[in-house]
Design a protein around this ligand. Structure first.
Ligand code: AMP
Length: 311
């Protein structure tokens, strides 16, 4: 079976939204990616690091979903990465209140031998040198997907450019795509990013969906209009987990199949925002995902007759 390597933070998050506030709960980009990808029953491994303060219940929640944690380093006398954020009233923007790197500051990823032949690699948002080290350890991955953020553009531009030149897919949000390319048009921005290396670019637009670019082709997936958005934390990572989980499962990296991967990612992200943190992903099952995929289909399918063909 195809395998998926996931690199990213495993964390404690404390979140404040207009609907409530949490203490330290399970978070981290790799956590969301892993939980989303586990819906596809693929062999996946999280490569990350936590401190001795990380509860074994959290590790068990990931293990029982079939996620391999043999490359999740536990530093007994270290502290787990901690992030806290507060959302504004419109839920579209947030302020980061705290970022304590803790054990993540000295993270040197080691890909386990039995995962070096994985077909798909998901590089979650981390220091570009960590992402590069992962790429170097892999044998011959078919698809390397990169996620990043403005922080690395501001502080480690050259290293980030090196990673971008080595990946097949880059996922990035609209604001960051504009910052990276200094272009306002997302079409022009995506073309510029493709020139930097990736054959595919996914631009995430939050509640306005996501765009997939490949050569001259463009595909748009809406976000499902939801009655309630409770907490958007992790939605981008969940999207990435659904996208890469689906690609790993199907082993088909064509533009056509990437469209389905984007819809699967969007469907999973729509669950993520309905409860605090990863709560909703933890109670999710395939039937619920199946129903939501059908909702996506209904949302976007229509018959149209061209005016010129009308009697
Ligand atoms: P998202 O809402 O998709 O941007 O992802 C939020 C998740 O990313 C949270 O669970 C955080 O723990 C994690 N996170 C936030 N900042 C960082 C960072 N600088 N490095 C790694 N992970 C981070």
């Amino acid at each position: 079976m195809s395998k998926l390597v996931i690199v990213g933070s495993v964390a404690f998050d404390a979140i404040e939204t207009p609907f409530g506030k949490t203490d330290k709960i399970l978070g981290g980009a790799a956590t969301y990616i892993g939980l989303a990808a586990s819906q596809f029953g693929v062999d996946s491994a999280i490569v990350s690091i936590v401190g001795g303060d990380f509860p074994t219940e959290y590790l068990d929640m990931l293990k029982i979903r079939g996620i391999d944690l043999s490359a999740l380093e536990v530093v007994k006398d270290g502290k787990t990465f901690f992030w806290s954020g507060k959302y504004h009233n419109d839920m579209n923007s947030r302020d980061t209140l705290t970022t304590e790197l803790n054990v993540l500051a000295d993270f040197e990823p080691v890909i386990p031998e039995h995962y070096r032949d994985a077909a798909v690699v998901m590089l979650g948002n981390l220091h570009p040198l960590v992402q590069l080290s992962v790429i170097e350890q892999m044998k011959a991955p078919k698809m390397i997907v990169l996620d990043t953020m403005n922080f690395w553009m501001n502080h480690t531009w050259d290293e980030l450019m090196q990673v971008i030149s080595k990946v097949n897919v880059m996922t990035i949000n609209d604001e960051e795509a504009r910052q990276l390319t200094k272009e306002y048009s997302l079409v022009v921005a995506a073309q510029k990013i493709m020139k930097m290396g990736p054959e595919f670019v996914v631009i995430k637009k939050g509640e306005h969906g996501a765009l997939l670019f490949h050569k001259e082709d463009i595909f748009f997936a809406p976000a499902l209009p939801l009655e309630e958005v409770f907490d958007p934390t992790g939605a981008g990572d969940t999207f990435a987990g659904g996208f890469t989980g689906y690609l790993t499962k199907t082993g088909d990296f064509s533009f056509e199949n990437m469209k389905s991967a984007i819809i699967n990612g969007s469907a999973l992200a729509s669950f993520c925002v309905e409860k605090f943190g990863a709560e909703k992903l933890l109670e999710l099952n395939r039937e619920a995902l199946q129903r939501r995929l059908q909702q996506f289909k209904n949302l976007t399918q229509f018959n149209i007759e061209l005016v010129s063909n009308m009697p």
